[in-house]
Design a protein around this ligand. Structure first.
Ligand code: DGY
Length: 330
């Protein structure tokens, strides 16, 4: 197929850097960008994808068999502009010989920065302090006012020691923290030594951590990996941070744990049913709540979009996309 005969469908406005890559490879007329700066309606997605050879999707687009069939047999790749790809039915894509790609690596440090910021903000009650000040309720310095938890010198528990988990471990060194982690298996000893991180089972992680930061993917076995039993097993002074995927945490149980003092605080970037959040969470003053901003820096979002575009270029040139998650499809 001539590059100019390709049809690329992009589900919403994305950084220019990616569009430039697509325009250079395929010509402007081949690239169709849904015009809204918001989630695409399902009907618009099904209509827009029709006849597409490549689909550039974002993590809130549900890309299932229906979407792939709506595209037709010419669809060669779903390039997800995210490292997580739980919004794409990869098995359905593989059966149709459609490549699925993600954007690993580029958002590691940016997401770890965000997780670290959430951890600090929740531990030191920055959200509460800011709300108090903005409401004009600050009566001046008080020896007992908004006392939080120290971060330095404490134990950081990392649940999911992939790239972002490891980036958290590196940050912890600067705060003189002890790092323990849990994953499906331990890292090689030399990697553990470099990160000064110790593998522990999940009960130990829950029992010994002052801070737990979640960095696992969303899989059937990680859904609600943190619920009432886990919160009860954590220290009452512990802080939970989640920048991975919302359903890893049972939000109703978390809201109760925050209300009852089962844990000290939480910092959340992701939610079970985005953009909705559990109705009890906003009232939890000890929760720092931000709207899925993990990778939201100008530099990183541009890089993510560009990577998605380059995966499309590679696939439509007949190459294996550099970030293909289902190479068996090809
Ligand atoms: C991802 O890429 O999975 C992130 O959640 C995006 O912010």
């Amino acid at each position: 197929m001539k590059p100019s005969a390709s049809r690329i469908f992009v589900t919403r406005i994305i950084p220019d850097r990616a569009l430039k890559v697509l325009y250079e490879a395929f010509g402007r007329r081949s690239v169709h960008v849904a015009p809204q700066d918001g989630a695409i309606a399902r009907a618009d997605l099904l209509a827009g994808v029709r006849g597409a050879n490549a689909l550039l999707a974002i993590l809130t687009d549900v890309i299932d068999a229906e979407v792939m069939d709506a595209a037709g047999p010419g669809l060669k790749i779903v390039a997800n502009m995210a490292v997580g790809y739980n919004n794409v039915d990869v098995d359905a894509a593989t059966r149709r010989r459609i490549a699925v790609s993600n954007t690993p690596g580029v958002l590691t440090e940016t997401t770890a920065d965000c997780a670290w910021a959430l951890m600090m903000a929740a531990a030191r009650r920055l959200g509460e302090g800011e709300r108090l000040l903005r409401a004009g309720q600050w009566a001046g310095w008080g020896p007992m006012m908004l006392l939080g938890m120290d971060v330095h010198g404490k134990t950081l528990g990392i649940f999911g020691m992939g790239r972002i988990g490891q980036a958290m471990a590196r940050r912890a060194a600067g705060f003189d923290m002890r790092v323990i982690y849990h994953d499906v298996s331990p890292m090689p000893p030399e990697q553990e030594a470099a990160l000064r991180a110790t593998y522990v089972d999940k009960p130990t992680l829950l029992r010994e951590s002052d801070f737990i930061s979640i960095h696992c993917p969303l899989l059937p076995e990680t859904r609600h990996a943190f619920g009432k039993a886990e919160f009860d097993a954590m220290k009452p002074t512990a802080v939970l941070v989640n920048t991975s995927r919302g359903p890893v945490v049972d939000e109703a149980a978390l809201a109760r744990a925050l209300q009852d003092g089962a844990i000290f605080a939480a910092g959340l970037d992701v939610y079970e049913d985005e953009p909705n959040i559990h109705p009890d969470l906003p009232a939890c003053q000890n929760a720092v709540l931000i709207p899925h901003l993990g990778s939201a820096s100008l530099e990183t979002r541009s890089r993510m979009a560009e990577i998605a575009a380059r995966n499309i270029v590679a696939r439509l040139r007949g190459e294996v996309p550099p970030n293909c998650v289902n190479p068996e499809a090809l």
